[in-house]
Design a binder for this molecule. Sequence first.
Ligand SMILES: [Zn+2]
Ligand SMILES: [Zn+2]
Length: 373
Amino acid sequence: MTAKRDYYEVLGVSRSATQDALKKSYRRLAMKYHPDKNSDDEDATEMFKELTEAFQILSDPNKRARYDRFGHAAPDDFGMGAAGVDISSMTDFFESIFGSVFGGGAPRRRRRRGRPGRDLQYDLELELEDAVSGVQVDITVPRPVRCKTCEGSGAAPGSGPTRCSQCDGVGSVRLQQGIFAVSTTCPVCHGSGETIHDKCSECAGQGLTVQEEEFSVSIPAGIEDGAVKIIPGGGEHGRGGAPDGDLHVMVRVKRHETFLRRGQELHCVVSISYPQAVLGAEIEVPTIKSSAIMKVKPGTENGQTYRLKGKGVPSLRGSYVGDQLIHIEVEVPKKLTERQRELVEELGRELGGATSPQARSHSFIERLKDFFD
Ligand SMILES: [Zn+2]
Ligand SMILES: [Zn+2]
């Protein structure tokens, strides 16, 4: 294979050529090498492809800028290479700009093979527990599948599709306006080149019927809200030998009553009594999988955070497991019995002025605001 020629050289223009000059040059040269004028001339076809590719790149300001900077070595999605590109997509491109300039020539038959199935999307609601631990879920999806009666053709049994009379099977029609002509998809057959006279009654000529189908979806531990699992070939059936679409399973994680997820961490709020805060305690706290015993240190303040290592969310890649963070809320009793009031009053006298009220720069609410808004 020879090295690719410079796009400007191909189009015979300078590197500073205007869009208008590019277009003029492309039109002149492409007309010369157009396949409709040079049937069976492979060299001309290659020239036409090369010209069209060069123009497709240089007529797009972004692609042109990248080409100017990187040349043919530009990263991906850019130089698609003329080889292997369907010539009809190139002539379609030419016609989309200049119209059908070879009116009267033999119409090229589009070699459309069937219609590929569309992708389907399914929203899967998950409990946070399942998202953290991973789960196998069976889902039922209403899926358009090839009609069994007509085997996807849309024609009644015993009949078949016939050539579209509007476009004579080409799939496109020419619209002429003065000297301009454009080619557009045939409105009758929608580009397939075929129409059905005797429609299949089962699918009303659509070739597809909706059927409930079950899929087993494997959800990995640690999956996040909004993640999409793709089941290849799980979408709408293709027709006429075209491939089936894919099924996109979009994961939606429900809001949890106790836990809030932030990345690999799980947060929750646990209330303790005033004496527990002062004296310290061993308390039972909920975890996403069950519960754990945790030590509260004497003198724990409202809003203080404790960390349970490895009780959070596992990462999808690697073996790291996040932590659980426990935000302590010290409960202040609102109603007291006579006896309780006496005790608190006594405590108050005992403490005297030792604890003077102070304005706190970081209140409990402020600290939690980051997590619970
Ligand atoms: Zn049918
Ligand atoms: Zn048609």
